[in-house]
Design a protein. Structure first.
Length: 303
């Protein structure tokens, strides 16, 4: 795979659409790195805090994109991305995007949606990358996100200085490939959370100290960032949201949809999508996705 070059900062003007849990710290890092920033959020008050970092707060996506060399999207899902880009009439982002500018969609959406957005934007002379991220709010704040990039390698190279502020980027293929990589990431994360949760519950019910079990298996073949970070959350029963349960479910459903489109059976993902669906239905939607532990405990009558 091509390696993204490390390039010096440029005076490019950036637009960022969506200042939620991920978009806000990412916008702040870019503004503090010296990039002129124009930002928009549906609830404007959530964007206004960035004025202290020098960002220009805009009333519409079109206004935010006007004059921007590169537009970053951190929106909730593919349908929202499409609406903001194309579906808000005269306020749509597409009416503000200059020919030759670059849109970097960093939301987690379906690969076919990413490819469709790229085609529509290219028809008006606008370039596109799909570049979803992994690392949660901690990674967004620290600038340590894993960024999976799909699209033309030349466009990925232009975006490299921006990606370097946010984390580590890897170009993985043509349009839609970044989203495929993110689906792979979320499948592995969601399934591994379930394995760690079930294992720690078994130890707890069998009389072992789950905190000590987690410590004992760290460094062995079962070790992972999920065991280290989310395993600790489970031990402490701390499910304050970094990545919400409902978002994890959305990503697993996107993986199911994409698998069906390419004719692939994904029985493990199907099963875990059912577990996360049950968790959401039982009121755990706003918990961190490590809160699947709480759903498994509920099923066993433990809380």
């Amino acid at each position: 795979m091509p390696t993204l070059a490390t390039l010096p900062p440029s005076p490019l003007t950036l637009c960022l659409l969506g200042t939620g849990n991920m978009g806000l710290p990412m916008a702040r890092r870019l503004a503090q790195a010296g990039y002129p920033m124009r930002v928009w959020n549906r609830t404007q008050a959530k964007a206004e805090v960035l004025a202290a970092d020098g960002a220009v707060i805009c009333a519409t996506p079109r206004q935010a994109c006007s004059g921007a060399d590169i537009t970053l999207s951190l929106l909730e899902n593919g349908d929202v991305v499409e609406q903001v880009l194309f579906g808000l009439g005269a306020d749509s982002a597409c009416h503000g995007l200059a020919s030759g500018s670059l849109v970097i969609d960093m939301a987690s959406i379906q690969p076919r949606q990413a490819r469709a957005h790229a085609q529509r934007l290219q028809a008006q002379g606008v370039r596109h990358l799909d570049a979803p991220v992994s690392g949660g709010t901690v990674g967004a704040e620290a600038g340590t996100l894993a960024i999976m990039v799909g699209g033309d390698v030349e466009d990925a190279a232009q975006a490299a200085p921006i990606f370097n502020v946010l984390g580590r980027a890897t170009h993985v293929g043509p349009h839609g490939s970044g989203q495929l990589a993110k689906l792979a990431n979320q499948m592995i994360v969601g399934i591994t959370i379930g394995a760690v949760a079930e294992a720690l519950l078994l130890c707890e019910q069998g009389g072992a100290d789950p905190a000590k079990v987690r410590e004992a298996i760290t460094g062995g073949f079962a070790d992972s960032r999920i065991l280290q970070l989310h395993g600790q959350r489970m031990v402490q029963r701390n499910f304050a949201p970094g990545a919400r349960m409902g978002v994890q479910l959305k990503d697993l459903r996107n993986a199911q949809t994409t698998a069906a489109e390419v004719g692939l059976e994904v029985p493990i993902t199907d099963f875990f999508a059912q577990l996360y669906t049950s968790a959401v239905e039982h009121g755990f939607d706003q918990l961190d996705h490590s809160g699947l532990f709480a759903e498994l405990a509920r099923r066993n009558g433990l809380q």
